[in-house]
Design a protein around this ligand. Structure first.
Ligand code: C2E
Ligand code: CA
Ligand code: CA
Length: 801
């Protein structure tokens, strides 16, 4: 009761509280958090519940023996009354604990533990009575029995309550104090001294034993909770992965046995759960007839604990050949102990078969049986030629499916392929015989209307296509909905040459998508004007470097632990002579269409390195690199040269890339990244969480850092799942040893949450906006004497304000 009410705490309660904390610290549970405390309490209750009946019976029996020895002595009546109390209290406690058994489960375990401690304290007081009040005046026989029973009870109780240090102490303390006082009071040198010594030995051994037990249990509970949390983390990881990607995760333990089998892994193997879980991974591969050479190779790599990436091989399930792509890496615990492998696999059968078929059928789209792009271009040439010769008009319709990518990514390529086939046949049902239908690739289709193709007819066809394609699709007992956007160019009104017409149909398609999808649009001259403006910008962009119109701003990356800036992200700005400052979001996509992006990238790296030379030695400069910069460029050589010429130590340069780099040409991109890393620079994965398959990339390349996309941080306050995802990313980072930066941090609430999940770095307006180079010295000056992390907040708030 005293424990409950802190406010009314008297001296006694304070003492008890102090003693309780002392015991917690001595038994290693002092720093337990709430969930650990609850776990400990449950464990204690489970153990002592089993002991309480036997302890109550033993108590009653010992009381009887004492009573029997006292027959005929002056103490008999007193002891009789005392025995009745012992039996009554024991039965009451036992009865109560049995009666409340079902109901008490609802009570908080820690409250139940407190009740138990109160009970043992009461028992301790009762058992302190014989040694304290009877022993001094008892005859030798009774003295002996009292000494024996008291010592025995002390040891028995410390064993029975080994899990519950506090309850044991609650019992032992009154008994021990009573006994020692009585022995001193008895002043019986012949008998009292040896008994006293024995008692002290008993007490000391029991105390020591209790503390050791307590510590052991604390360690056990800690590790059990850690293991469970890791389990939770992995199931969350698995779930997120399963929902978002077409791939599956697999995992085996240090002995090579598969565990945590996902539904998708089962499906991929065509085996039931029992045939996968706890079976050797290599045996599973052999069971599904994976190519023997590859299995051998994997076995060797596993022996060497090496990572393997994108191993492509065939398997056979029920006589059907399929293709897999497998990636895996060894998994180590925090203390470096090998724990097996974790990896991803994906089914690439359709890609493989398509590859083979395409080479056979040069002119048809192997999936839908429609024309392919090459054939379509030929048809366009013919239509254009006959327009020139006979003046026969025609129309071009570009179709782009909406939401197809989502279905393909979440339901798998097999479903995606079926869907494309169905779309193809629906289109063919709608068009006339004279129309030409092609699949240009992915989810893009095109139609050439050759007969009666004025604007009205084209609009009619487009409307019917939208209606037909938007009807639901039944695939493998699942219904899917997609939409379609259509762009139309009319010949000769919108052009006569194939290139011109295709481009205009494309611009119209672009507009129909911008107008909300699921609609069709005709090409209009304005679209051309917009396009031309973009082209203007592109031309002006070309001279921007020479004219010195670019500038790098720097946004601080703050350490979450020291509160000091540990990095600066370089963010480019374009000072346009007429239009003023233009955001990178506007001009980088334009630059990406040409080799300009490489020039800009190289310029940024050089500028950033030069700037960093003037900063404190421990501040890293981070530069954004576009995926397009990697295409056919000498990025590695350029970076090496820049580092050499500027003299910036490579570890102070960080390159930020987005996963779009890895989506196409993964192998090539990974090689380039590795070479860059080989220079000693670090690589950060930017905008993490925005793409569909970020997870697989994190496993495929050893990133030094993940930057969590701003959208997650922004969503924090409203969206619980954003929190769960952030927690997961942080745990993922921890187990893969990757540092985590959170971007777009704008509020104190976000700071507090992100700090609680152990992010390493913060970036955002809460700390500082991107700063001009000229403002950096004063920023550093203000932040070099910040000593404690607590000082971070006020400083940051001042800055943000
Ligand atoms: P990013 O790499 O994700 O950069 C972070 C962007 O978020 C920056 O916008 C920054 O000003 C903004 N930001 C930072 N903190 C906050 C915040 O607390 N709240 C909000 N709302 N925004 C914040 P910026 O400078 O407009 O850059 C936009 C994007 O342009 C960058 O996104 C990056 O992808 C690209 N970019 C910038 N500089 C370069 C460059 O030199 N090269 C290349 N290739 N891309 C660049
Ligand atoms: Ca960035
Ligand atoms: Ca970013």
């Amino acid at each position: 009761m005293v424990w409950n009410d802190n406010k009314k705490m008297g001296v006694q309660a304070m003492l008890l509280n102090w003693f309780s904390r002392l015991l917690d610290n001595a038994s290693g549970t002092g720093d337990f958090n709430n969930s650990q405390k609850a776990e400990l309490a449950i464990e204690q209750l489970r153990f002592t519940a089993r002991m309480s009946t036997i302890l109550a019976m033993a108590g009653a029996l010992v009381a009887m023996v004492l009573l029997y020895t006292a027959i005929g002595s002056g103490h008999f009546q007193f002891l009789l009354a005392w025995s009745v109390v012992v039996v009554a209290v024991n039965s009451a406690i036992l009865f109560q604990s049995l009666k409340r058994h079902s109901k008490s489960k609802k009570l908080h375990p820690e409250a139940r533990v407190r009740t138990m401690i109160a009970h043992t304290a009461l028992m301790g007081l009762i058992w302190a009575i014989p040694p304290t009040f009877i022993f001094p005046s008892a005859g030798p026989e009774l003295k002996l029995v009292i000494a024996l029973s008291t010592g025995g009870l002390l040891v028995a109780t410390s064993l029975a309550f080994a899990m519950q240090t506090k309850a044991a102490f609650a019992f032992m303390t009154p008994v021990a104090i009573g006994s020692v006082t009585a022995l001193v009071a008895a002043n019986d040198k012949a008998f009292g001294m040896p008994v006293m010594l024995l008692l002290l030995v008993c007490i000391m051994t029991s105390v020591r034993m209790l503390l050791v037990f307590g510590q052991n249990i604390a360690v056990q509970i800690r590790s059990r909770i850690a293991v469970r949390e890791q389990g939770n983390f992995f199931s969350l990881l698995l779930k997120e992965f399963e929902e978002n990607a077409n791939d599956w995760l697999w995992e085996f333990d240090a002995k090579g046995y598969v565990h945590r089998v996902s539904q998708r892994f089962e499906t991929a193997c065509g085996l039931p759960h029992e045939k996968l879980a706890n079976h050797a991974f290599l045996d599973v591969l052999a069971n599904i007839h994976a190519e023997a050479l590859v299995v051998e190779k994997i076995e060797k790599l596993i022996e060497l604990r090496e990572t393997f990436r994108d191993l492509e091989f065939s398997i056979e399930i029920d006589g059907t050949k399929r293709w897999w792509n497998l990636t895996g890496k060894p998994n180590y615990s925090i203390d470096g102990e090998y724990q097996g492998y974790i990896g991803i696999g994906s089914e690439i059968t359709s890609e493989k078969t398509a590859e083979i078929e395409i080479s056979l059928l040069a002119h048809t789209d192997s999936l839908t049986g429609l024309m392919n792009r090459a054939r379509f271009n030929e048809e366009m040439d013919q239509a254009s030629a006959s327009l020139e010769r006979y003046g026969t008009p025609f129309a071009v319709l570009f179709l782009d499916l909406d939401k197809f990518k989502l279905i393909n990514d979440t339901r798998g390529h097999l479903v995606g392929d079926k869907l494309l086939k169905m779309v193809g046949s629906r289109i063919q049902r709608v068009v006339r015989e004279t129309d030409r239908v092609a699949r240009l690739g992915g989810d893009e289709f095109a139609i050439i209307m050759l007969d009666k193709c004025d604007a009205g007819a084209a609009a009619k066809l487009a409307a019917r296509l939208i209606q037909e394609i938007s009807r639901s699709y039944e695939i493998d007992d699942e219904r899917h909905m997609i939409g379609v956007s259509i762009g139309i160019a009319l010949a000769p009104v919108n052009g006569t040459r194939p290139n011109q017409l295709l481009r205009n149909a494309d611009l119209a398609l672009y507009r129909s998508k911008a107008d909300g999808r699921g609609v069709f649009r005709f090409f209009e001259a304005q679209m051309d004007a917009d396009q031309r403006e973009k082209r203007m910008l592109e031309l002006e962009l070309k001279s921007a470097i020479e004219n010195d119109e670019f500038e790098l701003y720097y946004q601080p990356l703050m350490s979450t632990t020291t509160g000091k800036p540990t990095g600066m992200e370089a963010l480019i700005r374009w000072h346009h002579p007429i239009r003023g400052m233009i955001s990178p979001l506007e001009f980088i996509p334009i630059a990406e269409k040409s080799t300009l992006i490489q020039e800009i990238g190289n310029w940024s790296v050089r500028q950033a390195c030069l700037a960093a030379l003037d900063w404190p030695q421990d501040v890293v400069v981070a530069v954004n690199l576009s995926a397009h910069h990697f295409i056919g460029s000498e990025i590695v050589e350029n970076t090496r040269k820049t580092l050499e010429e500027t003299g910036l130590p490579p570890y102070r340069l960080e390159l930020e890339i987005t996963e779009s780099l890895l989506i196409n040409n993964t192998e090539e991109a990974l090689t380039t990244l590795k070479q860059l890393k080989g220079l000693g620079v670090t690589i950060a994965l930017d905008d993490f969480g925005t793409g569909y398959s970020s997870l697989s990339y994190v496993l495929k390349f050893p990133f030094d850092k993940i930057k969590i996309d701003r959208s997650f941080v922004t969503a924090l306050s409203e969206d619980e799942s954003a929190k769960a995802i952030l927690r997961m990313i942080s745990t993922l980072g921890e187990s893969l040893n990757i540092r985590i930066t959170a971007e777009g941090v704008e509020t104190l609430e976000q700071v507090e949450f992100l700090r609680s999940i152990r992010c390493h770095q913060f970036q955002g307006y809460f700390f500082a906006r991107p700063l001009k180079g000229i403002d950096l010295p004063s920023f550093f000056l203000r932040h070099t004497d910040v000593k404690a992390p607590e000082e971070l907040l006020p400083t940051a708030a001042r800055l943000a304000g």
